[in-house]
Write a protein that binds this ligand. Structure first.
Ligand SMILES: Nc1ncnc2c1ncn2[C@@H]1O[C@H](COP(=O)(O)OP(=O)(O)OP(=O)(O)O)[C@@H](O)[C@H]1O
Ligand SMILES: [Mg+2]
Length: 292
C-alpha cells in the first residue's frame, strides 16, 4: 500500500514540481543541512498532506514553496515558472492565523482582496470579500476585531483571507493544530467543502494521522532530519465525499491510518517506548481485522 518515492502524476500535465530540493541553514556551528534531495510532483487540484516528526523539515518545505525561503539546491516550478519569491498565487495559512489585530474581520480579508484586485470594481471587491467570509461561515462576525474571536474563528478568517486571493496553491502549516477536537472537525469539514467546490491544489502540514487520511489524496511522509527527505508516499484511494463517522468502520481508511502510524513510529521512530502510540497501533490493527 505504501510505496517508496514515486508519483502518480508522472505522465500527467505538470503543475507543481519540487525538484531536488536541499537547504543548508547557516548556524554558529556551520551549515545545517535540513533537507536533501527532496522530489515531489503534484497535479492540479490535488490535496497533499505533509506529515513527519517535529523538526524534520515540514515548515521548511512549505516556506520554500511559498517563496519565503530560497533552497540551496534544486527549486520549485509552478505552471512552468520558477518560484523564487512569495506571490499571491501561493497563499499561506499559518498555524497562528496572523491576522492584523487592529483591523476587523472584514478589513483583514479586504486587504488581501485589494492586493490581488484582479480588475474588480469597488462593488465587486465588496461582494468578493463577503463571498469568502460566507465560505467559512464568518459573515455574522464581519465587524469584529480578531481579539473578539475564538481560535477557530480566527483560523476561519485566515483561511478566507487566503482563499480570497484565489491562489493556485493553498499552503497550510498545521492550520488546526491549536484547536479543540470539535472545532477542528468543523474546520476540516469546511476545508473539505471548499476544496471540493474550488478545486485548489492544497499542501497541508499536519501531525494528526486521522486528519491526513480524511482530507488527502496523497500523504507525503518525511524522514527525520538532518538531511530530511520524503520517505514514503501513500495514495489515499477513498471516494469523496468522505464522511468522518463512516470512515471509522472503513477497512481501507484504517489500513491507511495504520500505514502512516507504522511509518512514523516504527520506521522513523524517534521517541522510544511511547506506550500511547503502541496502543494506538494495536487498536488500529484490531479495528482493521474486526472490520474485515
Ligand atoms: N532559520 C533556520 N536556521 C537554522 N535552522 C533552522 C531554521 N529553520 C529551521 N531550522 C532547522 O531545520 C529543521 C527543520 O525545521 P522545520 O521548522 O522545517 O521543522 P518542522 O518539521 O516544521 O517541525 P514542527 O513539526 O516542530 O513544526 C529543524 O532542525 C530546525 O531547527
Ligand atoms: Mg513546522
Amino acid at each position: 500500500m505504501t510505496k517508496p518515492i514515486q508519483n502518480k502524476t508522472s505522465g500527467l500535465q505538470r503543475h507543481l514540481e519540487l525538484s531536488d530540493i536541499g537547504i543548508d541553514f547557516p548556524t554558529a556551528k556551520g551549515p545545517f543541512c535540513a533537507l536533501k534531495n527532496l522530489n515531489l510532483k503534484i497535479s492540479k487540484g490535488e490535496f497533499i498532506s505533509l506529515i513527519g516528526h517535529s523538526g524534520c523539515g515540514k515548515s521548511t518545505v512549505l516556506n520554500i514553496v511559498a517563496g519565503l525561503y530560497q533552497a540551496t539546491t534544486g527549486g520549485v516550478i509552478l505552471d512552468s515558472a520558477e518560484v523564487n519569491e512569495p506571490g499571491p498565487e501561493r497563499a499561506v495559512v499559518f498555524q497562528n492565523h496572523s491576522l492584523l489585530p487592529w483591523l476587523s474581520v472584514y478589513k483583514n480579508v479586504e486587504l488581501a482582496v485589494k492586493q490581488t484586485r484582479n480588475g474588480r470594481s469597488r462593488a465587486e471587491m465588496k461582494a468578493w470579500v463577503e463571498h469568502n467570509l460566507d465560505l467559512v461561515h464568518m459573515t455574522h462576525a464581519a465587524d469584529k476585531l480578531p481579539s473578539e474571536l475564538s481560535g477557530g474563528m480566527k483560523q476561519r478568517v485566515g483561511i478566507a483571507r487566503a482563499l480570497s486571493m484565489q491562489p493556485k496553491v493553498l499552503l497550510m502549516d498545521e492550520p488546526f493544530g491549536a484547536l479543540d477536537a470539535l472545532t477542528r472537525a468543523h474546520l476540516q469539514d469546511s476545508v473539505i467543502e471548499i476544496h471540493a467546490s474550488l478545486g485548489n491544489t492544497v499542501i497541508m502540514i499536519t501531525h494528526d494521522v486521522d486528519e491526513a487520511v480524511l482530507l488527502s489524496d496523497r500523504i507525503v511522509m518525511m524522514t527525520n532530519g538532518p538531511a530530511a527527505t520524503i520517505g514514503e508516499i501513500l495514495d489515499v484511494d477513498l471516494e469523496r465525499p468522505r464522511d468522518r463517522l463512516e470512515m471509522t468502520d472503513n477497512i481501507k481508511y484504517n489500513q491507511y491510518r495504520h500505514a502512516v502510524l507504522t511509518f512514523l513510529y516504527e520506521k522513523q521512530n524517534k521517541i522510544q517506548t511511547v506506550s500511547r502510540v503502541k496502543a494506538d497501533i494495536a487498536r488500529s490493527k484490531k479495528k482493521s481485522s474486526s472490520a474485515a
